[in-house]
Design a protein around this ligand. Structure first.
Ligand code: OAD
Length: 250
């Protein structure tokens, strides 16, 4: 592991121009469960009943039951050592961007500025009828059966991409630009099974970027595009890479 961390540190130092592509695994140590696997949210809630846009429009009260639970966990969560490590890498100029599938806003809290929220943000509410937006707060969570738009009285929805919705066009185009230009892509804590998000590292690989992957277990990327696989927790491995770079992890 030490040799691999050193190799990744060398790739990052020599090329600069790194981009991170993150998924739910990076936030597990912040106390936010992932979607798939034993403790996964989709084991408890069927995504076609709770995360599909027509299901939301049909029964916002039912879907808000899960959204409130998720929101409560997110608002309490703090960045993990892995989030903090990415914040430092951007600050010292070794990371250009974080492209995240996560909706928890923890990368920004950890200090990353160029964050592309591919699946939107749970920290914002949006009205699908009139586009009104507001912050997702403790107060909005307390409104039963769900918060409504003050302008048109329609149900507000966290500004996250539900199944059946489009990826926000600006996130999609920014992600393509970063992936096509980077020299090193670090894939962290994602199962890599949700598209079009999973196309982002595939594009980086096609354009010649070295692909580093950090995960507690292999994924479809591991045997296809990954050049260096670091098996283990992101919050253990990223601080080790920073250590190899001579950087302290906050
Ligand atoms: P998943 O739950 O599918 O995968 C989480 C990944 O993190 C798995 O590969 C785990 O092995 C890995 N993992 C868990 N703990 C880890 C740790 N401490 N360190 C490193 N890796 C760890 O989550 P995503 O891949 O993010 O979409 O899911 C992709 C999308 O599916 C989500 O954005 C969400 C979901 O449906 C929408 O809601 C649109």
């Amino acid at each position: 592991m030490e040799t691999r961390c050193r190799e990744v540190a060398r790739l990052i130092r020599e090329h600069g121009n790194g981009v991170a592509f993150t998924g739910a695994g990076i936030s597990v140590e912040s106390g936010i469960p992932a979607f798939r696997g034993g403790q996964g949210l989709w084991e408890k809630y069927d995504p076609m009943e709770y995360a599909e846009i027509r299901a939301f429009l049909r029964s916002p009260d039912k879907v808000w039951f899960m959204l409130r639970e998720m929101g409560d966990v997110i608002l309490r969560a703090e960045p993990s050592p892995a989030h903090k490590a990415l914040g430092i890498l951007e600050k010292v100029g070794l990371l250009n961007a974080v492209i995240t599938q996560n909706v928890d806003g923890l990368h920004q809290i950890a200090g990353n500025v160029n964050v592309i929220e591919y699946h939107g943000s749970h920290r914002r509410l949006v009205c699908l009828n009139c586009s009104y937006t507001s912050a997702f707060t403790e107060e909005s969570m307390g409104v039963l059966p769900y918060p409504v738009c003050p302008r048109c009285r329609e149900a507000l929805k966290p500004d996250v991409v539900f199944f059946g919705e489009q990826i926000p066009p600006s996130a999609s185009s920014r992600a393509v630009l970063e992936a096509a230009a980077c020299k090193v892509m670090i894939i962290i804590g994602t199962s890599g099974v949700v598209y079009p998000a999973a196309d982002v590292p595939i594009l980086a690989s096609k354009r010649g970027a070295a692909i580093v992957e950090i995960n507690v277990s292999p994924t479809p990327f591991t045997s296809s595009i990954t050049n260096v696989f670091l098996e283990g927790s992101a919050s253990t491995i990223l601080p080790r890479i920073l250590d190899e770079l001579g950087l302290a992890c906050g």
